[in-house]
Design a protein around this ligand. Structure first.
Ligand SMILES: [Ca+2]
Ligand SMILES: [Ca+2]
Length: 328
């Protein structure tokens, strides 16, 4: 009887997952330029993204429903724009001219204008900055790359990537958990501000983990395949979207933030990355590399997965608590 009940419960849960099959996938901007790293504005009306072609590297703003973008800022090589919770500011990383291994973290008003430096270039490559929900702090991952020793006799191997934080007003960045013996990439702070999702290679390949900011034992969410990178919390804090890189079922996936069965959103087999949720949790915007000239070509476009029906009725901590309670 118990196994029958468990079977029924699992069947119901699996049915709830099948709802995601109704997702609508459409290109939001597909040109011969390189468009990548999209991020919704807090009001859901706009998307900021990086826009590169032979003439410029810029941050651009477009309507969330598509249309022609406007240039917010132009520079050498922008990456990872992310909108402040209040909507007034966009923070991004900029590669320095002639210096591919030393990014600066910069901010601009979301209406455009000149950029100000939050951190000077500090000899590391920055990935995936994100804001705390209060808007007080920026979190990001940063790594240094192998380099020759001054005598040229030895290669100084990479300091593995750590997670860093810096006040949103700028200042000296500091490591969140000190120097750790593995690589941590791509922090994303939960909407309640207490937990951090990130990717790490503790077990070899990159998997998605969640840990309280105060620092306890991480919970591993994804279990196999990948690399799995670029986690992003849903606005209601119940799901985490991530980029699953795999020649077969690669694409944007989501997984319950407290653990559970991952669900494929795009299953494209393409290199889909940088998932970012609309404020209503109904859409995920992402970039897609679909060309054969990686990494030099301009074949990255912006796509959107709309009509998501994941909802708080899917597997949540509360649901699991009820299921466990049935069998005590
Ligand atoms: Ca580390
Ligand atoms: Ca393109």
């Amino acid at each position: 009887m118990r196994s029958f009940v468990i079977g029924v419960v699992l069947a119901v849960l699996l049915l709830s997952y099948s709802q995601v099959n109704a997702v609508t996938l459409t290109p939001l901007r597909a040109t011969s330029d390189d468009e990548y790293d999209p991020c919704f504005s807090p009001d859901g009306q706009h998307i900021v993204f990086c826009w590169n072609n032979s003439a410029q590297s810029s941050l651009a703003l477009m309507s969330a429903s598509g249309g022609n973008p406007i240039t917010l800022w132009s520079g050498y090589h922008a990456k990872w724009p992310t909108w402040s919770p209040g909507g007034s500011t966009i923070v991004f990383a900029e590669e320095q001219l002639g210096e591919m291994i030393s990014d600066a973290l910069k901010s601009i008003p979301s209406t455009g204008g000149s950029a100000s430096e939050l951190t000077p270039p500090f000899g590391r490559v920055i990935r995936h900055p994100c804001w705390s929900p209060t808007g007080a702090d920026i979190f990001f991952s940063a790594y240094s790359v192998p380099s020759w020793s001054p005598t040229g006799a030895d290669i100084l191997f990479s300091l593995y990537s750590d997670l860093w934080t810096v006040p949103a007003s700028g200042g000296t960045p500091s490591r969140l958990w000190g120097v750790t013996p593995y690589t941590e990439y791509d922090p994303s702070i939960s909407p309640d501000g207490h937990r951090i999702a990130y990717a790490s290679n503790v077990t070899g390949g990159f998997q998605i983990y969640v840990r309280f900011l105060a620092g306890d034992t991480p919970i591993r969410l994804t279990t196999a395949g990948g690399p799995n990178l670029e986690p992003a919390w849903s606005p209601d804090g119940t799901w985490i979207a991530f980029a699953h890189i795999d020649a077969g079922d690669g694409g944007i996936w989501v997984i319950p933030a407290t653990g559970g069965v991952p669900v494929c959103i795009t299953c494209s087999g393409f290199l889909d990355g940088t998932p970012n949720w609309s404020p209503d949790g109904r859409s995920i915007v992402f970039d897609r590399y679909s060309g054969s000239d990686f990494p030099t070509g301009n074949q990255t476009d912006l796509w959107i997965a709309a009509d998501l029906n994941l909802g708080p009725t899917s597997v949540t901590e509360t649901t699991w608590g009820r299921i466990k309670a049935m069998f005590r």
